[in-house]
Design a protein around this ligand. Structure first.
Ligand code: DGL
Length: 264
């Protein structure tokens, strides 16, 4: 079925999920909406995140999307169930796929979770992990300095190294063998996180697993795009299209991008 898959996020971070979906499902058309003007969602109250996420959802619904991916951990934590119950298309978030992947990887059942203040406070990952495996030990850590570093584009420099090391100092000597990057922005800091914690820690990027879940659902519901035309992705942002397109072109390795700045 040649309808678009809708992807929403608080900003550019969900592009890490979009990238994985585009890689694993190259025939599918993506309509992505990033609420860059109101990013970050991480420090906001749950009610506000809920209201914003509904606005994003309603916006993409006008395009007759066949599926919705809430590619934001903070939004997934507070409003996934509600949106799933109200929409008559499949809706998935990024927390369950990340949790499932971590449980598959861990050998000692000690899993770390990094996320925004909102995600960690919601305990959504703890709940998702324990609903699969009751005996798992979860060490969660909010990393409020990570999103600004990534948004500013400085995620490859020395400042980022320092922020990663200072933030993760408490996890350095823990015996977790698996770490979930429970925020869309964190995969951009993955090389620094890996090098600080060491190769013995398996890092889980929810984007991967979420894309696999999208694929399974499309297959199961016979919603796959069977046409072979090159998909025409569209991107919408509530903020500046110039900044968004600079980041999107780089992260998605595209040569051009169809992007529109919108008001909700
Ligand atoms: N997209 C958010 C998440 O995955 C991170 C950025 C924000 O705080 O809005 O939790």
């Amino acid at each position: 079925m040649n309808l678009p898959i809708g992807i929403i996020d608080s900003g550019v971070g969900g592009l890490t999920v979009a990238r994985e979906i585009m890689r694993q499902l190259p025939r599918e058309t993506i309509y992505y909406l990033g609420d860059t003007a109101r990013c970050p969602y991480g420090p906001r109250q749950a009610d506000e995140v809920k209201a914003f996420t509904w606005e994003l959802t309603r916006y993409l619904q006008q395009y007759n999307i066949k599926m919705l991916v809430i590619a934001c951990n903070t939004a997934t934590a507070v409003v996934l169930n509600e949106i799933q119950n109200e929409l008559d298309i499949p809706v998935i978030g990024v927390i369950d796929p990340g949790a499932r992947s971590a449980i598959k990887q861990t050998k000692n059942n000690k899993i770390g979770v990094l996320g925004t203040v909102g995600t960690i406070k919601s305990e959504a990952y703890d709940y998702a992990l324990r609903s699969i495996h009751q005996k798992v030990e979860v060490s969660s850590l909010a990393c409020p300095k990570f999103v600004p570093i990534v948004e500013s584009g400085e995620y490859e420099g020395q400042t980022a190294t320092k922020v990663v090391e200072e933030t993760l100092a408490g996890l350095k000597d823990s015996d977790i063998d698996t770490l979930i990057l429970g925020c869309t922005h964190y995969p951009l800091l993955q090389p620094k996180i890996q090098s600080y914690l060491g190769e013995h820690v398996e890092i889980i990027n929810s984007g991967d697993e979420t894309a696999r879940e999208v694929s399974t659902i499309l297959h199961f519901r016979n919603l796959y795009n069977k046409q072979t035309d090159i998909p025409e992705h569209r991107f919408f942002t509530t903020g500046s299209s110039t900044i968004f397109s600079r980041i999107a072109l780089k992260w998605l390795q595209l040569e051009k991008i169809d992007i529109e700045s919108i008001h909700l």
